[in-house]
Write a protein that binds this ligand. Sequence first.
Ligand SMILES: C[S@@+](CC[C@H](N)C(=O)[O-])C[C@H]1O[C@@H](n2cnc3c(N)ncnc32)[C@H](O)[C@@H]1O
Length: 254
Amino acid sequence: MSGPGQAEGFATPVQDWGEKTAARYDASTSDRASKEVLGPTVAFLAQLAGKGRALELAIGTGRVAIPLAASGVEVAGIDLSEAMVRRLRQKAGGEAVPVVVGDMTTTLVPGRFSLVYLVFNGLSNLTSQAEQVACFHNAARHLDAGGRFVIELFVPALRRLPPGQSAVPFDVSEDHLGFDTYDTVSQLCASHHYWREEDGTVGSSAGTFRYAWPAECDLMAALAGLSLESRFSGWEKEPFTAESESHVSVYAKP
Ligand SMILES: C[S@@+](CC[C@H](N)C(=O)[O-])C[C@H]1O[C@@H](n2cnc3c(N)ncnc32)[C@H](O)[C@@H]1O
Protein backbone atom coordinates (compact mmCIF):
# COMPACT_ATOMS: atom_id res chain seq x y z
CA MET A 1 0.00 0.00 0.00
CA SER A 2 1.11 3.56 -0.50
CA GLY A 3 1.19 6.11 2.31
CA PRO A 4 0.85 9.91 2.12
CA GLY A 5 3.31 11.30 -0.45
CA GLN A 6 4.26 7.78 -1.50
CA ALA A 7 3.51 6.11 -4.83
CA GLU A 8 2.23 2.55 -4.73
CA GLY A 9 5.12 0.05 -4.73
CA PHE A 10 8.01 2.53 -4.95
CA ALA A 11 10.44 3.62 -2.26
CA THR A 12 11.10 7.22 -3.32
CA PRO A 13 8.40 9.72 -2.22
CA VAL A 14 6.47 11.71 -4.80
CA GLN A 15 7.91 15.12 -5.62
CA ASP A 16 7.22 17.63 -2.84
CA TRP A 17 6.11 20.97 -4.33
CA GLY A 18 6.20 22.83 -1.01
CA GLU A 19 8.07 25.96 0.04
CA LYS A 20 11.59 24.54 -0.33
CA THR A 21 11.07 23.34 -3.91
CA ALA A 22 9.17 26.48 -4.86
CA ALA A 23 11.99 28.69 -3.53
CA ARG A 24 14.54 27.18 -5.91
CA TYR A 25 12.23 26.24 -8.80
CA ASP A 26 12.84 29.22 -11.09
CA ALA A 27 16.62 29.17 -10.58
CA SER A 28 16.84 25.43 -11.13
CA THR A 29 14.79 25.58 -14.35
CA SER A 30 16.29 28.78 -15.79
CA ASP A 31 17.31 26.93 -18.97
CA ARG A 32 13.57 26.40 -19.59
CA ALA A 33 12.84 30.09 -19.12
CA SER A 34 15.12 31.34 -21.90
CA LYS A 35 13.57 33.13 -24.86
CA GLU A 36 14.86 30.33 -27.11
CA VAL A 37 12.58 27.89 -25.25
CA LEU A 38 9.67 30.13 -24.32
CA GLY A 39 9.43 31.94 -27.69
CA PRO A 40 8.43 28.81 -29.66
CA THR A 41 6.38 27.45 -26.74
CA VAL A 42 4.27 30.60 -26.50
CA ALA A 43 3.92 30.89 -30.29
CA PHE A 44 2.73 27.27 -30.50
CA LEU A 45 0.18 27.66 -27.71
CA ALA A 46 -1.03 31.12 -28.77
CA GLN A 47 -1.77 29.86 -32.27
CA LEU A 48 -3.90 27.02 -30.88
CA ALA A 49 -5.70 29.27 -28.39
CA GLY A 50 -6.67 31.66 -31.18
CA LYS A 51 -9.21 34.14 -29.86
CA GLY A 52 -10.29 31.73 -27.09
CA ARG A 53 -9.13 31.28 -23.50
CA ALA A 54 -6.30 28.99 -22.34
CA LEU A 55 -6.09 26.92 -19.16
CA GLU A 56 -2.74 25.66 -17.86
CA LEU A 57 -2.87 22.55 -15.68
CA ALA A 58 -0.03 22.53 -13.10
CA ILE A 59 0.74 26.17 -13.85
CA GLY A 60 3.48 26.41 -11.22
CA THR A 61 5.25 29.76 -10.99
CA GLY A 62 3.88 30.89 -14.34
CA ARG A 63 6.94 30.19 -16.47
CA VAL A 64 4.74 29.68 -19.56
CA ALA A 65 1.44 31.25 -18.51
CA ILE A 66 2.80 34.75 -17.85
CA PRO A 67 4.47 35.19 -21.28
CA LEU A 68 1.46 33.55 -22.95
CA ALA A 69 -0.82 36.06 -21.24
CA ALA A 70 1.55 38.87 -22.26
CA SER A 71 1.15 37.74 -25.88
CA GLY A 72 -2.56 38.56 -25.66
CA VAL A 73 -4.13 35.22 -24.67
CA GLU A 74 -6.49 35.14 -21.66
CA VAL A 75 -4.90 32.49 -19.43
CA ALA A 76 -6.10 30.78 -16.23
CA GLY A 77 -4.47 28.02 -14.24
CA ILE A 78 -4.75 25.19 -11.73
CA ASP A 79 -1.99 24.07 -9.37
CA LEU A 80 -1.84 22.01 -6.22
CA SER A 81 0.94 23.99 -4.58
CA GLU A 82 0.19 27.23 -2.72
CA ALA A 83 3.94 27.87 -2.55
CA MET A 84 4.40 27.69 -6.33
CA VAL A 85 1.31 29.83 -7.00
CA ARG A 86 2.43 32.45 -4.47
CA ARG A 87 5.55 32.98 -6.60
CA LEU A 88 3.48 33.33 -9.75
CA ARG A 89 1.36 36.00 -8.06
CA GLN A 90 4.47 37.95 -7.04
CA LYS A 91 5.72 38.25 -10.62
CA ALA A 92 5.00 41.08 -13.03
CA GLY A 93 1.94 40.02 -15.02
CA GLY A 94 1.14 37.24 -12.55
CA GLU A 95 -1.85 39.09 -11.10
CA ALA A 96 -3.51 38.92 -14.55
CA VAL A 97 -3.55 35.10 -14.40
CA PRO A 98 -6.29 33.71 -12.14
CA VAL A 99 -5.26 30.44 -10.52
CA VAL A 100 -7.35 27.92 -8.62
CA VAL A 101 -5.34 25.96 -6.06
CA GLY A 102 -6.40 22.35 -6.42
CA ASP A 103 -5.78 18.99 -8.00
CA MET A 104 -5.70 19.04 -11.80
CA THR A 105 -7.50 15.68 -11.93
CA THR A 106 -10.67 17.10 -10.35
CA THR A 107 -10.58 20.89 -10.00
CA LEU A 108 -13.05 22.84 -12.11
CA VAL A 109 -12.42 26.35 -13.42
CA PRO A 110 -15.51 28.27 -14.53
CA GLY A 111 -16.09 28.72 -18.26
CA ARG A 112 -14.82 26.94 -21.35
CA PHE A 113 -11.43 27.07 -23.05
CA SER A 114 -10.17 26.67 -26.62
CA LEU A 115 -6.88 25.37 -25.22
CA VAL A 116 -5.89 23.35 -22.15
CA TYR A 117 -2.21 22.53 -21.77
CA LEU A 118 0.06 20.57 -19.43
CA VAL A 119 3.76 21.08 -20.13
CA PHE A 120 7.19 20.17 -18.75
CA ASN A 121 6.27 16.53 -18.00
CA GLY A 122 3.35 17.60 -15.80
CA LEU A 123 1.36 14.43 -16.49
CA SER A 124 4.09 12.33 -14.88
CA ASN A 125 3.47 14.02 -11.51
CA LEU A 126 0.35 11.87 -11.34
CA THR A 127 1.72 8.54 -10.17
CA SER A 128 -1.16 6.21 -11.04
CA GLN A 129 -2.84 5.42 -14.32
CA ALA A 130 -6.22 6.25 -12.78
CA GLU A 131 -5.06 9.79 -11.95
CA GLN A 132 -3.58 10.30 -15.40
CA VAL A 133 -6.83 9.15 -17.02
CA ALA A 134 -8.75 11.51 -14.71
CA CYS A 135 -6.49 14.35 -15.81
CA PHE A 136 -7.32 13.77 -19.47
CA HIS A 137 -11.02 13.73 -18.53
CA ASN A 138 -10.68 16.97 -16.59
CA ALA A 139 -8.86 18.63 -19.50
CA ALA A 140 -11.58 17.50 -21.93
CA ARG A 141 -14.29 18.74 -19.56
CA HIS A 142 -12.90 22.29 -19.80
CA LEU A 143 -12.64 22.38 -23.59
CA ASP A 144 -14.98 23.98 -26.10
CA ALA A 145 -16.03 21.76 -29.00
CA GLY A 146 -13.06 21.82 -31.38
CA GLY A 147 -10.70 22.81 -28.55
CA ARG A 148 -7.25 21.28 -28.02
CA PHE A 149 -5.41 19.65 -25.14
CA VAL A 150 -1.61 19.89 -25.48
CA ILE A 151 0.83 17.85 -23.43
CA GLU A 152 4.62 17.98 -23.33
CA LEU A 153 6.01 14.76 -21.89
CA PHE A 154 9.26 12.80 -21.87
CA VAL A 155 9.53 9.51 -23.72
CA PRO A 156 10.56 6.86 -21.17
CA ALA A 157 14.32 6.30 -21.53
CA LEU A 158 14.09 2.58 -20.96
CA ARG A 159 16.42 1.84 -23.86
CA ARG A 160 19.19 3.30 -21.67
CA LEU A 161 18.48 0.81 -18.91
CA PRO A 162 20.72 -2.28 -19.19
CA PRO A 163 19.16 -5.61 -18.13
CA GLY A 164 19.55 -6.15 -14.37
CA GLN A 165 20.18 -2.45 -13.65
CA SER A 166 17.62 -0.01 -12.27
CA ALA A 167 19.56 3.29 -12.25
CA VAL A 168 20.74 5.47 -15.15
CA PRO A 169 22.88 8.61 -14.69
CA PHE A 170 21.77 11.62 -16.73
CA ASP A 171 24.17 14.28 -15.44
CA VAL A 172 27.57 13.77 -13.84
CA SER A 173 29.18 17.20 -13.65
CA GLU A 174 31.20 19.29 -11.23
CA ASP A 175 28.18 20.81 -9.50
CA HIS A 176 25.44 18.31 -10.10
CA LEU A 177 24.87 14.57 -10.02
CA GLY A 178 21.61 13.28 -11.39
CA PHE A 179 20.32 9.80 -11.98
CA ASP A 180 17.01 8.13 -12.62
CA THR A 181 15.83 4.89 -11.04
CA TYR A 182 13.10 2.78 -12.60
CA ASP A 183 10.60 0.22 -11.46
CA THR A 184 9.38 -1.31 -14.67
CA VAL A 185 6.63 -3.27 -12.91
CA SER A 186 4.86 -0.28 -11.33
CA GLN A 187 5.83 1.98 -14.28
CA LEU A 188 7.34 4.49 -11.89
CA CYS A 189 10.67 6.29 -12.08
CA ALA A 190 12.44 8.64 -9.74
CA SER A 191 14.85 11.43 -10.55
CA HIS A 192 17.54 11.94 -7.91
CA HIS A 193 19.55 15.18 -7.78
CA TYR A 194 22.60 16.09 -5.69
CA TRP A 195 24.13 19.53 -6.04
CA ARG A 196 26.76 21.70 -4.41
CA GLU A 197 25.35 24.63 -2.42
CA GLU A 198 27.19 27.96 -2.30
CA ASP A 199 28.46 27.17 1.23
CA GLY A 200 29.98 23.89 0.00
CA THR A 201 27.37 21.60 1.52
CA VAL A 202 25.48 19.14 -0.66
CA GLY A 203 21.76 19.55 -1.32
CA SER A 204 19.59 16.78 -2.61
CA SER A 205 16.10 16.10 -3.85
CA ALA A 206 14.23 13.18 -5.34
CA GLY A 207 10.77 12.69 -6.70
CA THR A 208 8.72 9.87 -8.15
CA PHE A 209 6.99 10.14 -11.49
CA ARG A 210 4.85 7.81 -13.57
CA TYR A 211 6.14 7.34 -17.09
CA ALA A 212 3.76 6.71 -19.97
CA TRP A 213 4.49 5.92 -23.60
CA PRO A 214 2.96 8.19 -26.24
CA ALA A 215 0.62 5.33 -27.19
CA GLU A 216 -0.73 5.14 -23.63
CA CYS A 217 -1.32 8.90 -23.70
CA ASP A 218 -3.30 8.50 -26.92
CA LEU A 219 -5.41 5.81 -25.29
CA MET A 220 -6.03 7.93 -22.18
CA ALA A 221 -7.03 10.78 -24.49
CA ALA A 222 -9.41 8.49 -26.37
CA LEU A 223 -11.03 7.47 -23.07
CA ALA A 224 -11.72 11.17 -22.51
CA GLY A 225 -13.18 11.61 -25.99
CA LEU A 226 -10.11 13.30 -27.48
CA SER A 227 -8.16 12.24 -30.55
CA LEU A 228 -4.54 12.80 -31.52
CA GLU A 229 -4.28 15.60 -34.05
CA SER A 230 -0.51 16.02 -34.26
CA ARG A 231 2.68 15.03 -32.47
CA PHE A 232 6.06 16.75 -32.57
CA SER A 233 9.32 16.27 -30.73
CA GLY A 234 9.43 19.94 -29.69
CA TRP A 235 7.77 23.33 -29.74
CA GLU A 236 9.28 24.22 -33.12
CA LYS A 237 7.24 21.37 -34.61
CA GLU A 238 10.28 19.18 -35.16
CA PRO A 239 9.29 15.69 -36.38
CA PHE A 240 8.69 13.04 -33.75
CA THR A 241 10.96 10.03 -34.43
CA ALA A 242 12.17 6.86 -32.72
CA GLU A 243 15.06 8.92 -31.28
CA SER A 244 12.88 11.67 -29.78
CA GLU A 245 13.31 12.05 -26.03
CA SER A 246 10.17 14.12 -25.58
CA HIS A 247 6.91 14.82 -27.37
CA VAL A 248 4.47 17.66 -27.76
CA SER A 249 1.11 16.09 -28.57
CA VAL A 250 -2.05 17.90 -29.59
CA TYR A 251 -5.40 16.25 -28.87
CA ALA A 252 -8.63 17.60 -30.30
CA LYS A 253 -12.14 17.54 -28.89
CA PRO A 254 -14.69 16.87 -31.64
C1 LIG B 1 7.54 20.89 -13.13
S1 LIG B 1 6.39 21.99 -12.36
C2 LIG B 1 5.76 22.75 -13.82
C3 LIG B 1 5.27 24.14 -13.61
C4 LIG B 1 4.96 24.91 -14.88
N1 LIG B 1 3.92 24.25 -15.66
C5 LIG B 1 6.20 25.04 -15.75
O1 LIG B 1 6.19 24.56 -16.88
O2 LIG B 1 7.18 25.64 -15.28
C6 LIG B 1 5.07 20.90 -11.89
C7 LIG B 1 3.89 21.55 -11.21
O3 LIG B 1 2.88 20.55 -11.06
C8 LIG B 1 2.15 20.85 -9.90
N2 LIG B 1 1.37 19.66 -9.55
C9 LIG B 1 1.83 18.44 -9.18
N3 LIG B 1 0.81 17.59 -8.99
C10 LIG B 1 -0.32 18.29 -9.24
C11 LIG B 1 -1.71 17.96 -9.23
N4 LIG B 1 -2.13 16.74 -8.92
N5 LIG B 1 -2.60 18.92 -9.56
C12 LIG B 1 -2.18 20.18 -9.87
N6 LIG B 1 -0.88 20.54 -9.91
C13 LIG B 1 0.03 19.61 -9.61
C14 LIG B 1 3.23 21.24 -8.91
O4 LIG B 1 2.70 21.93 -7.81
C15 LIG B 1 4.15 22.07 -9.80
O5 LIG B 1 3.80 23.43 -9.75
